[in-house]
Design a protein around this ligand. Structure first.
Ligand code: FAD
Length: 411
């Protein structure tokens, strides 16, 4: 599947940070991780840090799939607002899911420190504007419910917004806890550290088949090597069709561009993340080299040709929206790109074991907050494999909504 087109900024800025050999002989391991984007990198790191014998494989160069296209706003908010998620999955489930993602922000901060920094990580706040006055009651409900459950949020009136920004929203929700990172450097740093801890990483190694084995399974590569593993972790991002019979998601095309660097973007409220209530929405962040990234105007299509054909028109629409939100700020398009991602019906990811796929865990961080979901996935999968259970797995299991929650076990 063609995941990304145009010029994703991080790849252009960072170049080829590291490459890994292709697999040339058959190997045995405790856990095989399929995919070395941010999900596979996080899973590999967590398993290697737990002392497991891990082999990680990617058919491309590592970190050149969807992760290279990510705008990488780190938010605990799921795409589905808490009050709406509570209607879909129940309030307890919704709040626990939000808390799990909130915890992921702190874990990314810890990983950044542990990996030595320099990954473009920065804590910030997130401001979600009401795109229209008719969205205000739902935004108010969201603020009240989040406050009731201890999330640090504030209601910003139009007057409050006008004191610190040019944003034309009638009001906004300020969430104190948010962050941003360079996902390309982050994933590479995780892989490098995991390799230092003993993980064996191979890129340009395409897995084409799985067969059952006595104590696990065997993966077969296109050039005939075999990987015998007790457990498989599927972290193949939006290319999961060969591993899951059912269709769980809708594919969406997402667009973004980055500006030239500037000393200031007048009217931007203090470098915060900015997004809005409209669907599809537009979102903005800053980079550690003084640029702005603007993304959004997602298009409901999984067809890469249609996605790519819209890149020019979508970039124009994003530039116009940028001008409405920040009319005094400079906005030249330095690089523009698009990528495919996936949405689930309730906005939550699918993580953990699947009832009909033995010896396998899935780390599928589907949704606009895929990176925070990937952190949650890495911890759940480590616990399922190392301890046989994970309390949070019930929140993101495949059959949620179909049967009562219970702890999962790795197959
Ligand atoms: C434009 C855009 C903006 C986004 N913005 C944000 C954002 O602001 N915040 C956020 O949190 N998330 C965002 N996301 C989502 C986020 O980027 C993704 O959730 C995340 O990058 C997915 O990572 P991954 O590792 O699961 O997938 P990928 O990075 O695609 O990695 C999967 C890897 O699996 C490999 N693979 C697949 N099949 C095989 C096989 N058979 N054999 C070997 N290897 C295989 C692929 O080569 C690939 O490298 C955005 C996504 C896009 C496209």
């Amino acid at each position: 599947m063609d995941l990304v087109s145009g010029t994703p900024f991080w790849l252009r800025r960072n170049g080829l940070i590291a490459d890994y050999p292709a697999l040339e002989t058959s190997v045995d391991c405790h856990v095989a991780v399929l995919g070395a984007g941010i999900s596979g990198a996080l899973v590999t790191w967590h398993l290697a840090a737990a002392g497991l014998d891990v082999v990680t494989l990617d058919k491309r160069d590592v970190v050149t799939g969807s992760t290279s296209a990510s705008t990488s706003l780190l938010q605990y908010e799921v795409d589905t607002p808490l009050h709406r998620l509570a209607e879909l999955v129940g309030e307890t489930h919704a709040v626990r899911s939000y808390r799990a993602c909130h915890g992921a922000l702190e874990k990314i901060a810890r990983l950044d420190r542990l990996l030595g920094g320099g990954l473009g990580f920065q804590r910030t706040e997130s401001l979600q504007g009401a795109s229209r006055a008719s969205h205000l009651p739902a935004l108010r409900r969201e603020v009240d419910l989040r406050r009731r459950h201890g999330f640090d949020v504030e209601w910003w009136s139009r007057a409050r917004l006008a004191r610190v920004s040019t944003l034309p929203f009638p009001a906004a929700l300020l969430a104190r806890d948010a962050a941003q990172i360079d996902p390309h450097r982050f994933a590479h740093a995780l892989l490098r550290d995991a390799a230092r801890r003993g993980a064996r990483i191979f890129d340009r190694t395409r897995v084409i088949r799985r067969t059952p084995a006595r104590h696990g399974l065997t993966l077969h590569t296109e050039h005939g090597q075999r990987i015998r593993a007790r457990h498989l972790v599927v972290a193949t991002g939006y290319e999961t069709a060969p591993y899951l019979a059912e269709r769980l998601t809708e594919l969406v095309a997402a667009y973004a561009f980055v500006t030239e660097p500037h000393a200031a973007f007048p009217g931007w409220p203090g470098g915060r993340l900015i997004w809005e209530t409209a669907r599809p929405y537009v979102y903005l962040r800053r980079t550690d080299d003084g640029r702005a990234i603007i993304g959004g105007y997602d298009e409901p299509t999984g067809d890469p040709r249609r996605r790519d054909a819209l890149l020019g028109r979508k970039t124009g629409a994003l530039v116009r929206r940028f001008g409405q939100l920040l009319p005094q700020a400079p906005c030249e398009v330095a690089y523009r790109w698009c990528g495919t991602f996936a949405e689930t019906p309730d906005g939550l990811p699918y993580i953990g074991a699947h009832p009909r796929v033995p010896h396998t865990c899935f780390a599928l961080g589907y949704g606009g907050n895929g990176i925070t979901f990937s952190v949650v996935a890495a911890e759940i999968i480590r616990d399922l494999i190392c301890e046989g259970r994970s309390r949070d797995a019930e929140l993101f299991r495949f059959d949620r909504g179909r049967s009562p929650a219970g702890n999962q076990r790795a197959g």
